[in-house]
Design a protein around this ligand. Sequence first.
Ligand code: SME
Length: 156
Amino acid sequence: MKEKRERFTILVKKARDIVNGQLDKDEKLNAICKLLRDNVSYYDWVGFYLIDKTRERELLLGPFEGEPTEHVKIPFGRGICGQAAEMKKTFVVQDVSKEINYLSCSPKVKSEIVAPIFKNGEIAGELDVDSHTPSPFTDEDKAFLEKICEMVSKLL
Ligand code: SME
């Protein structure tokens, strides 16, 4: 969809300005969550999970926008986030009710996409988006979120 592509192009530019701006790291990550959540109608929860190098194979909740989640620490392999970390690739689930290895944050969530952030070839974190809309994600969302992750990588 052309409209979606144009919107994502503008958001990539705005995210780049945030990354290159004057805020501190967590403020930048939070500003990106807010930018995405405020400007994409079906992005209902947007957050970063980060990898603390002292704790192996564990994701730790970083800055996010949306309702608080109980899933603050997620081991690699568990849930959609843990699977994306294990496989080192973007994981798209259009219907979370069909995903057996899933950690529910809210019954309102219908779909989820998780993109990994790489640093020097290693996974350093993830960008997680939950949606209350079923099957909203296209290849454009995947490419967009991967682009954001690529830009965010230099902050980690
Ligand atoms: N649903 C995720 C857990 C994190 S929340 O969506 C914020 C999962 O299955 O890994």
